[in-house]
Structure formats: C-alpha cells, structure tokens
Design a protein around this ligand. Structure first.
Ligand SMILES: [Zn+2]
Length: 104
C-alpha cells in the first residue's frame, strides 16, 4: 500500500503493467499537478532572481527570497488543510535517483 499525495488515501500502487501509480486516481493526479503548475508559475521567476543574475545580493534578490518563503508557508498551510502531502512526491523522486538538472 502507498499513500496518495493529493488526498491521503491508501491504495495498492501496482497495476498489471507500467510503473507503480503515485496517485489513487487520475483525478487526484491531475489536481495535484495542476496546482503545482500554478504554484510553479509564480515561484519560478522569484527563484531565478533570488539565485543570481544582475540582481544577486541586491534588494530585489532579498525581496524574492522573502516572497518565496511567504508563499511556501501559505502553501504548506493550504496543503495541511486539504490533506495534501507534497513531501511524498519529493521523497519518491529522491528515492528513484531523479535529479531536476544534471550539474556535473
Ligand atoms: Zn487521491
């Protein structure tokens, strides 16, 4: 049994073919990734500016970091209220050896 990151339901991850399922239903999978896509659209420019470019160590960079932290706090509270567990997806990615970008 595994836990659905979107709704917390326990379910059997294996089907007759393909990789183990991460979500209990397609509805939960779509809801989760649509929300992450929406959040990512807000977060991406803040993360890029925070990490450098001409704004590195500037007030804009500090502003971006504060905004990201505020959003993360807000979203964590929303997730807790909704029974969503984003950490499950990150833990599964790490366990599988997945990396966002090859920096070697
Ligand atoms: Zn679910």
């Amino acid at each position: 049994m595994t836990t659905c990151p979107e709704c917390g339901t326990k379910f059997a991850p294996h089907t007759h073919r393909g990789p183990p399922r991460q979500f209990c239903t397609e509805k939960c999978k779509k809801a989760f990734y649509n929300l992450m896509l929406k959040r990512g659209g807000v977060l991406a420019p803040l993360a890029i500016v925070w990490r450098g470019g001409k704004h590195k160590r500037s007030d804009v960079s500090a502003y971006a970091l504060v905004q990201m932290a505020a959003l993360a706090d807000l979203w964590r509270a929303e997730d807790k209220g909704a029974g969503r567990n984003v950490a499950l997806i990150v833990e599964r990615k790490r366990a599988s050896g997945w990396v966002a970008a090859d920096i070697s």
